[in-house]
Design a protein around this ligand. Structure first.
Ligand code: ADE
Length: 657
């Protein structure tokens, strides 16, 4: 029994293995087909025929089936015998598998020729080609009857429906041709064209639409040089009756509006282009020449380029910002008006581009650096060369020059005869209104420097001055402040590395140095830290201005901040006062009797805070000044008292380190 079960098991296993093997081999076995490629044939397509190919080959791929393609192009008839994988397209067509013993032809859309394709999966099945009466290209495929008058004038208005008015009906030359009608209107001339056409080919560069349609449905085609409607259809004489389903042709009024619009568009585009180019040209011109314009508060770019206003001291506005020419400006130096750490400043005559107001020259200031101070000249020149720096409270820069022979480097700027703020405060006691003008304009200048956008809200590189002090601020005729001396300025652009920032180290004038600068503990990771040191120095200048304002009560002689120290205090003695003693210039109680001065003093207090982060920004200070209601804050003593110039002239202490 056991033996019987054992034998049955093994018999079953062997038989099923064999069957499996057979099945597998039948699905994976490669077929044999007729493969001769394209060859001329006598096969007319009227009846079944053989491929005429005597080469039988094993197909390269197990999935391949046998295929024959019959093609008629004019009088040229061919048969193409191939193996082909039905998963892929052949001549852009998907194969439809048919008969096993023979290859049943099916008509396919050919490009300008009649094409019949068959595919089958028995060995050599593509040798025997079957044209059934249903598929034969000759027996059942009749050429169509179409209206065929070519081009004729027509009374059809292209609305709703019309007839072709063609009385010639033709049998189309080829069975695959369809009936076509074309309606055209050019001006008042209307034509209808009727013809047969093979949809495989383009007509007037157009592919025919749905030519299997029974009706001639006219559809409009644009860009044909006239109004153009076309239809194609596949029933006898179907192109006789045209149906206009698209928009009706435009009325004369519509055409007129269209003509007006079309002719206006280029005119409008041209006007727009002229206006924008003119606008950009003006902006560009103003940027590069600094041409003086009237102050208009809403005109942001214009405000940024104003050299001066009613209080203008200098008319030097016409030179280029950067003199790239080797030719030097015709300048005649006059008296020396200042001496800084790195350079001397001269009043000078620019004998070119005078204002025309009877002056043969313009007065300018020339700052002259020696060879050794080249780096300082270069830094200041680079800072001034940023057109976005332009502001009414920043010294107007005209050009930089290299005087190679004399080994000198020049910066040519606007000239301000009132000199610097320290000199001005030494000579004058100011009113509350003057304090407001000087303080507000100083804060606006610093805020602009620090800002990362222009008045037009365009991006600009923020700049820090790093040496703000009253001797680096000029006073204009209208008593507004002008920042100058950018020899230590720093552009806070993204390209600055931490190393570069670190190297910028402890710079400035010890008297005006913020506590963190004195300690060399600036947070280099945050560019705001540099701005905060400028704000501290600005607070000291605001204190200097306030100390000379008649609104504080008794006004003493001018003294710089921490004035009791020697003329040019060193960093160490400043550390004692500012860090160890946490000292700040004195603000006596009498000062805050005046409501306006009180507001200024509390602002000053918030700007010289020991904690840099707690300080106000320059923008905030500028806004505080702008928001001050002068009438309400005037208090009792806003009378202006000027001390005659010759009375109290003292030498400015600055030009120090
Ligand atoms: N001192 C320094 N720069 C000056 C300028 N531009 N005008 C007048 N005095 C100055």
């Amino acid at each position: 029994m056991d033996l019987l079960v054992f034998s049955a098991f093994w018999f079953g296993a062997i038989v099923s293995g064999f069957l499996l093997q057979m099945g597998a081999s039948s699905t994976t076995r490669k077929k044999q087909c007729k493969i001769c490629g394209v060859r001329p044939t006598t096969c007319t397509g009227r009846e079944n025929c053989t491929s005429g190919c005597n080469i039988t080959s094993v197909c390269p791929h197990p999935k391949d089936v046998c295929v024959s393609v019959w093609r008629k192009n004019d009088d040229n008839v061919t048969i193409d015998t191939v193996c082909h994988n039905p998963d892929r397209e052949l001549y852009g067509l998907k194969l439809e598998q048919s008969g096993k013993s023979g290859c049943e032809m099916r008509e396919r859309e050919g490009n300008g020729s009649q094409v019949f394709i068959c595919s089958c999966s028995e060995d050599n099945c593509n040798d025997h080609i079957i044209f059934t009466p249903r598929t034969s290209p000759f027996i059942f495929k009749m050429s169509k009857l179409c209206k065929f008058c070519d081009l004729r004038e027509s009374s059809c208005l292209g609305k709703e429906s019309c007839t072709s008015e063609c009385n010639i009906t033709s049998i189309c030359e080829k069975p695959n041709e369809v009936c076509v009608s074309i309606w055209r209107r050019k001006d008042t001339n209307i034509t209808v064209e009727t013809l047969c056409h093979n949809p495989a080919n383009k007509l007037y560069g157009l592919k025919l639409g749905d030519y299997t349609n029974k009706k001639c449905e006219m559809s409009e085609r644009k860009s044909m040089g006239s109004q153009f409607f076309i239809c194609s259809c596949s029933q006898d004489e179907c192109n006789d009756h045209m149906f206009f389903t698209q928009l009706s042709p435009p009325t004369p009024e519509y055409q007129l509006t269209w003509v007006i619009l079309v002719s206006l568009v280029p005119l409008l585009v041209l006007t727009f282009l002229v206006i924008t180019s003119f606008y950009w040209y003006r902006i560009y011109h103003q940027r590069h020449t600094g041409i003086k314009r009237k102050k208009t508060p809403l005109d942001c770019d214009v405000r940024a380029i104003i050299l001066d206003d009613g209080g203008s001291d200098s008319s030097s506005t016409h030179a280029n910002n950067l003199n790239h020419n080797t030719e030097l400006l015709p300048i005649e130096l006059d008296a020396q008006v200042g001496k800084g750490r790195f350079a001397e400043v001269y009043k000078a005559k620019l004998k070119q581009g005078a204002t025309g107001a009877g002056e043969p020259y313009e007065t300018v200031a020339v700052k002259i650096f020696t060879d050794e101070e080249y780096a300082s000249w270069k830094n200041e020149k680079d800072i001034y060369s940023d057109a976005d720096l332009r502001h009414e409270n920043v010294l107007h820069f005209l050009t930089a020059e290299e005087h190679k022979l004399e080994k000198q480097y020049w910066l040519i700027t606007a000239y301000h005869p009132q000199g610097n703020l320290q000199e001005y405060l030494t000579r004058h006691i100011i009113s509350w209104n003057d304090l407001w003008v000087l303080g507000g304009s100083l804060a606006r200048g610093v805020a602009h420097l620090h800002s990362d956008h222009t008045l037009c809200r365009r991006y600009k590189v923020p700049i820090v001055h790093r040496d703000i002090k009253s001797s680096n601020i000029l006073v204009k005729g209208d008593l507004s402040c002008i920042l100058c001396d950018f020899g230590l300025g720093l552009r806070l652009d993204n390209s600055l590395s931490v190393d570069e920032l670190a190297n910028s180290g402890q710079v400035g004038t010890a008297r005006y140095m913020a506590p963190e600068v004195l300690e060399s503990r600036i947070n280099l990771e945050n560019i705001e830290s540099f701005k905060q040191t400028d704000v501290y120095s600005m607070a000291l200048v605001l204190w200097e201005i306030t100390s000379r304002c008649s609104a504080i009560g008794e006004v003493k002689d001018y003294e710089p901040p921490f004035g009791k120290l020697r003329e040019h205090p060193c960093v160490e003695s400043m550390k004692d006062s500012v860090l160890r003693e946490r000292g700040r210039p004195e603000v006596p109680d009498s000062w805050i009797n005046h409501p306006g001065v009180q507001l200024v003093c509390s602002t000053i207090d918030e700007c010289w805070d020991h904690d840099p982060e707690a300080r106000l920004t320059a923008q905030c200070v500028a806004e505080r000044f702008n928001d001050m209601d002068l009438d309400k804050l005037s208090g009792r003593s806003n009378s202006e008292e000027k001390i005659p110039e010759e009375v109290s002239v003292t030498e400015p202490d600055e030009i120090e380190k």
